[in-house]
Design a protein. Structure first.
Length: 252
């Protein structure tokens, strides 16, 4: 099946590396115009978008700061005129053991929730309001298998922050469907990215490999076809669902 997203505008958060980079490349290849959000990797983000054969642009914002999130959404609308699909991909995973001092542990907890949960919620709010004016749209939230099976003691905040995303997604799907707004949740496990590398440096790559049913770790590109499909509208009746892409390390 060849999917065309020609003319669609897709906002992808955390699009300059890892999963987000792979999603942006696949979406652009399918013809979508990409609003590629980044934080620190501004030059790389600009380089990526200039390589796309679509009308794409990089936008910088610190998702831990609400006013920057709102500015990001407004800048994307100003440039493209509208958004068809929001992909909430950006996230942080900060190792915080229980032996850490309370102040630092709480700082890491708050930062994790600010980026992984609060920013996702605020962007969903802005998208829903925008989609209501445009007679519909799609939201794809990248959560984690940790939302369902939990995580290690060092990553309590990460697991908890991602645990909120399926509920958010299902609420949007159930109560915004009549406005032609669809919402989907994707739950990856270990994916070979810079963020996951921190975990593997701590626990070892065999820890990750022994936890999955396949012989190789999931790569960022393995998530991309599903995001392209969901963005196309060909799977709209899957709204509210969670798609596990974690090499059977957690199966609903």
């Amino acid at each position: 099946m060849e999917i065309s997203l020609k003319g669609k505008v897709v906002l992808v958060t955390g699009g300059s590396r890892g999963i987000g980079e792979a999603l942006c490349k696949a979406l652009a290849k399918a013809g979508a115009n990409i609003a590629l959000h980044c934080n620190a990797n501004v030059e790389k983000a600009k380089l990526l978008t200039t390589g796309f054969k679509t009308d794409s642009k990089a936008f910088q914002a610190d998702l831990s700061k609400p006013f920057e999130i709102i500015r990001l959404f407004e800048q994307v609308i100003l440039h493209f005129g509208h958004i068809d699909v929001l992909v909430n991909n950006a996230g942080v995973a900060i190792s915080s053991g229980l032996n850490q001092e309370d102040d630092q542990w709480l700082t890491n907890w708050d930062t994790t929730f600010a980026v992984n949960t609060r920013a996702t919620g605020l962007l969903c709010k802005k998208a829903i309001q925008h989609f209501e004016e445009r007679s519909g749209g799609r939201i794809i939230n990248i959560s984690s298998r940790a939302a369902f099976r939990g995580d290690t003691m060092d990553y309590l905040a990460y697991g908890a922050s991602k645990g909120a995303i399926p509920s958010l997604t299902r609420s949007i799907a159930r109560y915004c469907g009549k406005q032609n707004i669809k919402a989907f949740n994707i739950a990856p496990g270990f994916v070979r990215t810079d963020m996951a590398q921190d975990f593997m440096d701590q626990y070892g790559e065999n820890y990750a490999l022994d936890d999955i049913a396949l012989n190789e770790l999931t790569e960022p590109k393995d998530l991309a076809p599903m995001v392209v499909l969901l963005s196309s509208g060909l799977a709209d009746h899957a709204t509210g669902s969670t798609i596990d892409i974690n090499a059977a390390s957690y199966v609903h």
